[in-house]
Ligand binder design. Sequence first.
Ligand SMILES: Nc1ncnc2c1ncn2[C@@H]1O[C@H](COP(=O)(O)OP(=O)(O)OP(=O)(O)O)[C@@H](O)[C@H]1O
Ligand SMILES: Cc1cn([C@H]2C[C@H](O)[C@@H](COP(=O)(O)O)O2)c(=O)[nH]c1=O
Length: 203
Amino acid sequence: MKGKFITIEGPDGAGKTTQVKKIYEYLTSRGRKVLVTREPGGTALGEKLREVLLSLAGESPVPEAEALIYAASRAQLIKNVISPALLRGTYVLCDRFVDSSLAYQGWARGLGIEEILGINRWFIGELWPDLTILLDIDPEVSLKRLERARDRLEKETLEFHKRVREGFLKVREIFPERIVAVDASRSPEEVFDRISAYIRKML
Ligand SMILES: Nc1ncnc2c1ncn2[C@@H]1O[C@H](COP(=O)(O)OP(=O)(O)OP(=O)(O)O)[C@@H](O)[C@H]1O
Ligand SMILES: Cc1cn([C@H]2C[C@H](O)[C@@H](COP(=O)(O)O)O2)c(=O)[nH]c1=O
């Protein structure tokens, strides 16, 4: 049996990592084998690219280079981790995927959603998520949740983060069959209640 591919998306601090843990527990308690991974990262090369992308030190990539580095990390993750796991029948739970590139680089950076889709379609092929959970929240609220030092993207202006949210909502309109939005301003338990309803439908 082929596994299912679930991605979780949203602005910085929306609560993705918190919900990934809850989804993992939910799926494993129902007998599914689950692999949790993240973007950028999830492979040795991807984790090095993550450092390059999020570091505040040194030269920042120009938007086009930024889009391509995220794409490179994703291509490596798909070929070496996600695709083999799905073929083994494992469920894959990924903290961010292509929709982050569409919202951050395509919309917020202004490179164009269609342009970023074009680059990513080249190597994603048929491997689109079965379900994408978009944690929708005002970045003014979500950024306040981050207590640790902010990385390069998190240090962008509030205007940028507002465009990111707007970008995610536009991407949801493009892919209504796989993306569901959940109000992430509620408590972690309430957010998970909504998410689990969508996951139950998919199982
Ligand atoms: N629903 C929630 N309400 C209030 N606080 C929350 C909620 N969910 C998570 N948090 C808290 O907000 C902070 C960020 O949560 P988390 O790391 O899960 O978000 P994230 O979306 O993965 O962040 P990032 O984009 O930085 O990876 C943590 O301190 C976490 O405990
Ligand atoms: C996959 C992806 C991510 N980003 C941004 C979004 C975040 O600011 C960081 C990742 O950090 P997190 O703590 O894991 O959320 O990178 C992006 O701009 N484009 C992408 O494709």
